[in-house]
Design a protein around this ligand. Structure first.
Ligand code: NAD
Length: 251
């Protein structure tokens, strides 16, 4: 697939790395974000917008297509990480915010851009979910939001498959982005521990997520739709070994 690929959350972390990977794969990335920023290399949509605001999204997507032509790829990387707290301590305002950005925002973007793709008979979408869509974690707003993103991905894949639009999800494991770094710096998580639970004994780099996304957008993945691909350095397959004393050493 060649053409214009809109990447939300393109200012930072996984979105920024996806922009670089999409460009390296011969597609034309257009980065957008809720915050203004200067691009490194890829094109940036200069008007910041919130992916969860359907009125603004409809306006900006219309303006992007009027200025640059049809959007042929969409990557929903805008998002916030979840607040870790037991239910009686997690404020409902935090729960609402995580659902609004991570789930509602993903749906609003898919709805606006995917409908246009379906009308034209072609397109590919990749939603960034999380490994918590495939297992549980002590993030009571974020986890259900990401599980719903995985379901939304399958549902829209079935909805639009007959009209030439593929919809897939990538579920990153612990990925070295500014958002994760804040958690590491605050001592909420420890890098050595996260790495030690993963089959590959390390964190994921944002570029590794970006390359997986670019591949799913490309014609190399032309028969793939409705999947949720974990890109997690083997965290999901390694973590259960804790119950048996942990992963073996290298010796
Ligand atoms: P990040 O904070 O580095 O980047 C997220 C970007 O999204 C920021 O530039 C931010 O301004 C933008 N954004 C936030 N709310 C927005 C909104 N309402 N509208 C438009 N843009 C908005 O975070 P990241 O780690 O790169 O995370 C990107 C995605 O990957 C998120 O959905 C996150 O849940 C997911 N994810 C990250 C990890 C990880 O370990 N870093 C793991 C699993 C899933």
């Amino acid at each position: 697939m060649s053409g214009l690929v809109l990447v939300t959350g393109g200012r930072s972390g996984i979105g920024a790395a996806t922009g670089r990977a999409v460009a390296a794969a011969g597609m034309r990335p257009l980065l957008c974000d809720i915050a203004a920023f200067e691009p490194e290399a890829a094109d940036v949509w200069r008007i910041p917008f919130d992916v969860s605001d359907e009125v603004v999204v409809a306006h900006e997507v219309g303006a992007i297509e009027a200025a640059l032509g049809p959007i042929t790829g969409l990557v929903n990387a805008a998002g916030i990480l979840g607040r870790m707290a037991p239910p009686h301590k997690l404020r409902m305002s935090d729960w609402d915010r995580e659902i609004a950005i991570d789930l509602r925002g993903t749906y609003v973007m898919c709805r606006e851009v995917g409908s246009r793709m379906a009308e034209r008979g072609a397109g590919a979408i990749v939603n960034i979910a999380s490994i918590v869509s495939l297992a549980s974690a002590p993030v009571h707003g974020y986890g259900p939001a990401k599980a719903a993103v995985a379901n939304l991905t399958m549902t829209l894949a079935a909805e639009w498959g007959g009209r030439g639009v593929r919809v897939n999800a990538v579920s990153p494991g612990f990925t070295r982005t500014p958002a994760l770094q804040r958690g590491l710096d605050a001592g909420v998580m420890e890098e050595e521990r996260l790495a030690g639970l993963s089959a590959l004994r390390r964190l994921v780099e944002p570029e590794e997520i970006g390359r997986s996304v670019a591949w799913l957008l490309s014609d190399a993945a032309s028969a793939i739709t409705g999947i949720n691909l974990a890109v997690d350095a083997g965290f999901l397959c390694g973590v259960t070994w804790q119950a048996y004393g942990g992963l073996r050493g290298n010796g």
